[in-house]
Design a protein around this ligand. Structure first.
Ligand code: PEP
Length: 255
């Protein structure tokens, strides 16, 4: 598939997989995608499996490591938190920020996510910043307002250079883990809207370089159609990333 931007497909394992299970998954995945060169592949295990997975993909040329969250602070008295420097010890390259589950359960605000994104860049980690509307917001005609607020708030203060090194994940909350996927047109429209906001916040050239992933019940059978949309530059995958076969098939069907 000929894309303007290089595809990035990330697996968010959430609070799943023991170390042994994580190793088994990533070893199978490494074999299954060994020949794929056209996609940045990212796996995001829980913190407890980062070290083992990091070692397991040391030799892999195409699989990179991501974390699912990090602190906005760099060190100190923040019990239970993990900072960017600690992630770097395990060669983590990406960090998911502001996932809708954290926005919902940990009440993460756009302002907090923006501070985390700044902290990630300060440590040369690439943030994957998640945005997306709920079903009530979409049905209430507020989708664009919600996306604009989240994009402006969560990316506030980034330089153009940092923005280009930031990935956005558009994840309609109603499509996450529900089996309901946005239609390709709904995904494309939301991605184009987000890119237009980036052009207003930064400039056209910057907006054109930013990769925007789609997330929400991506499966092997819908990946190709979603990725064929001009503004869809990859996927953030939850459930289907927990098995090497389905995640590898999503990746292979996307190229
Ligand atoms: C997610 O949680 O980021 C996600 C997209 O989950 P799923 O693929 O299971 O809908």
């Amino acid at each position: 598939m000929n894309k303007e931007r290089r595809l990035i497909i990330a697996g968010n394992w959430k609070m799943n997989k023991t170390v042994a299970e994580a190793l088994s998954l990533v070893e199978d995945l490494t074999r299954a995608v060994a020949s794929v060169k056209e996609v940045d592949i990212v796996v995001c295990p829980p913190f407890t499996a980062l070290e083992s997975v990091s070692r397991a993909i040391l030799e892999s040329k195409n699989i990179k490591l991501g974390a699912q969250n990090m602190s906005e602070n760099h060190f100190g008295a923040f019990t239970g938190e993990i900072c960017a420097g600690m992630l770097k010890e395990f060669s983590v390259r990406y960090v998911i920020l502001g996932h809708s589950e954290r926005r919902q359960f940990q009440k993460e605000s756009d302002a907090l996510i923006a501070r985390k994104a700044a902290a990630a860049h300060a440590a040369s980690l690439k943030p994957i910043v998640c945005v997306g509307e709920t079903l009530a917001e979409r049905e209430g005609g507020q989708m664009e307002q919600v996306l604009e607020t989240q994009v402006r708030g969560s990316l506030a203060g980034l330089t153009k250079e940092q923005m280009v090194e930031t990935v956005i994940a558009y994840e309609p909350v109603w499509a996450i883990g529900t089996g309901k996927t946005a239609t390709t047109q709904q995904a494309q429209d939301a991605h184009a809207f987000i890119r237009a906001q980036l052009a207003k916040m930064f400039d056209e050239a910057t907006a054109r370089k930013v990769r925007i992933q789609y997330g929400g019940s991506v499966k092997p059978n819908n990946a190709q159609e979603l990725m064929s949309q001009p503004d869809v530059d990859g996927a953030l995958v939850g459930g289907a990333a927990l098995e090497s076969r389905s995640f590898a098939d999503i990746i292979k069907n996307s190229v």
